[in-house]
Ligand binder design. Structure first.
Ligand SMILES: *[C@@H]1O[C@H](CO)[C@@H](O)[C@H](O)[C@H]1NC(C)=O
Ligand SMILES: *[C@@H]1O[C@H](CO)[C@@H](O)[C@H](O)[C@H]1NC(C)=O
Ligand SMILES: CC(=O)N[C@H]1CO[C@H](CO)[C@@H](O)[C@@H]1O
Length: 514
């Protein structure tokens, strides 16, 4: 190749880009996860507290503790659950295991009235009260920053049905946001937060996936003050509302072709953000660890392997959700029309991977073996294959990373009652440049959705299992090599800089990587 003369301005631009930190081609993308403080109320064996985080913290860069609220009169950030102070300490203690993990306190969430946020941001005095309470919370607990989850600026009036169990509800009326003032006021909050936080503490914003809602963010201004956008790229459709009768995907990577169903997708949201000027290097996309369920009994053959099916009102949810299209609430999560990945696994449904949307469809032609989920339950969800495809999309589009919502919903080993985190570990593995983490003892080549063998063997021409096994035997190192600065050939959970010796590495692999 002839040497090329690179014009000076181009070099200057490169240097500027490199020094501003916006482009960092060598760093591994970020893996984030939300910890849910209400998962302590999941029924056994799904009960979830900070101790259950142990097998996954080694894979995480960011952990968001969800949620704290805002006191409606003082505008101070406040705890929600009685055990929060204890849990804060337990979560923070994991920084000894993974010193690089940043822990953020996430404020808001769907159940916190939008009107409180709207009022908090409306005056400089209220904002200052909130910000100083955040600084106090950070200093007293050791949080690395604050994640703002306002759902959402300019939201309409609504009634929140807060679910504690199928039988127990609290309903509160949310006056909604204030339009158009919420938009500049939110930016003002972030600007003042950044002034108070300096560069020491992080600020992230959990943001909207529908155009009509993200339009209420002043992206360009807000982006000056925040570290990352946690884009909530899920719940494109839900079933626990009165008018959602048609089966549709929860978190499709690409829009399904069926014209009767939701035409939004993760790709639509990400491309929309990019077009609106949000830098890819600040976008962290979300993968839900739960599915939405409809009741569509009597489907035979392949009839269930599609979207746009007409659901029926099953009537097995409780209270205000009884007349919605959500199928019976998950046994552990107790949420109408929702099943956690662990609950879906436990129900043992038929599954079909829909390549067009890169999501899984599941169906129960008969009552589940655990006796909970009824015949006729149709489920849309994201498991390992889907998570790998979405994570690969994040990598290919040079996004900042991926987060999961939430850790309590990932896979479990029901025998031992421990969480196995198969979906989260897949995300980590693909972010690290590998395929999904190896399932014990088997090499599975599914190149289209990444494969769970070493990167050298993720080749599309490896069509059969025996080709795959042969490639693995030849190309993939047989010993566990920890090279955290480059790529290591062990599962992501063991790629830690403090694993200095081969023995430490092998011991970690033995305990963490199956
Ligand atoms: C249900 O109604 C809400 C409120 O009118 C509307 O925004 C939403 O698009 C409707 N959903 C469906 C699936 O028709
Ligand atoms: C992704 O979104 C962009 C922008 O909306 C669109 O042009 C493109 O076709 C989408 N990709 C797929 C595979 O649907
Ligand atoms: C910066 C800004 O636009 N502030 C507005 C916040 O909202 C209040 C009322 O809701 C307005 O009076 C402010 O002008």
């Amino acid at each position: 190749m002839a040497p090329r003369v690179v014009p000076l301005p181009f070099i200057l631009v490169l240097l500027m880009v490199a020094s501003s930190g916006f482009v960092s081609v060598t760093s591994t993308p970020i893996m984030g996860a939300y910890f849910a403080n209400w998962a302590q109320y999941h029924t056994a064996p799904y009960t979830y507290t900070p101790e259950n985080l142990a097998p996954i913290v080694g894979s995480l860069d960011h952990l968001m503790y969800a949620f704290a609220y805002i006191d409606p009169s003082s505008f101070a950030v406040t705890k929600v659950e009685p055990k929060d102070p204890q849990f804060y300490g337990e979560v923070m203690a994991y920084k000894k295991t993974n010193p690089n993990m940043k822990v953020l306190l996430s404020v808001g969430g769907w159940n916190m009235p939008s009107s409180i946020f709207s009022k908090m941001v409306s005056t400089k005095t209220n904002r200052a009260a909130f910000i100083s309470s955040c600084v106090t919370a950070i200093k007293t607990t050791g949080f690395d920053g604050i994640d703002i989850d306002w759902e959402y600026p300019c939201s309409p009036q609504r009634t929140d049905h807060i679910k504690y169990s199928c039988a127990q509800f609290k309903s509160s009326t949310d006056a909604g946001g204030t339009c158009p003032q919420d938009t500049p006021n939110f930016s003002a909050l972030l600007q003042e937060m950044r002034a108070a936080f300096g560069s020491t503490y992080m600020i992230t914003v959990a943001s909207q996936s529908a155009h009509k809602n993200w339009d209420k963010f002043d992206f360009k201004t807000m982006d000056n003050y925040i570290d990352y956008w946690h884009v909530m790229t899920y719940d494109y459709t839900v079933s626990d509302i009165a008018n959602s009768s048609v089966t549709s995907p929860n978190c499709p990577l690409y829009s399904p072709p069926e014209s009767s169903v939701v035409q939004w997708s993760l790709n639509y949201t990400v491309q929309g953000y990019l077009a609106a000027g949000v830098p890819a290097s600040k976008i962290i996309i979300g993968i839900p660890l739960y599915g939405h369920t409809w009741f569509a009994p009597g489907l035979t053959g392949d009839a269930w392997k599609t979207y746009g099916l007409k659901g029926e009102i099953q009537g097995l949810c409780c209270g205000p959700f009884k007349q919605t299209y959500g199928a019976k609430y998950g046994k552990g999560c107790q949420l109408c029309g929702t099943m956690m990945v662990s609950e879906i696994d436990a129900s043992g449904p038929q599954t079909f991977y829909d390549k067009k949307t890169e999501t899984m469809i599941a169906y129960l032609p008969e009552d589940s073996s655990d006796g909970w989920t009824k015949a006729g339950t149709w489920i849309t969800y994201n498991e390992e294959t889907s998570a790998a495809a979405i994570t690969k999309y994040a990598v290919d589009n040079k996004l900042a990373g991926v987060f999961v919502f939430d850790t309590s919903m990932d896979t479990m080993d029901f025998g031992s009652g421990t969480f196995t985190y198969k979906v989260s570990k897949t995300v980590r593995s693909v972010l690290n440049g590998g395929g999904p983490g190896p399932s014990p003892g088997s090499h599975v080549c599914t190149p289209a959705a990444q494969c769970n063998v070493c990167a050298a063997c993720c080749k599309t021409y490896l069509k059969t299992q025996s080709d795959c096994d042969a490639c693995v035997a030849q190309a993939c190192p047989k010993t566990n090599v920890c090279q955290p600065s480059g790529s290591c050939t062990v599962c992501a959970a063991c790629c830690k800089s403090y694993l200095k010796t081969q023995n430490d590495c092998d011991a970690c692999v033995k305990s963490e990587c199956t």
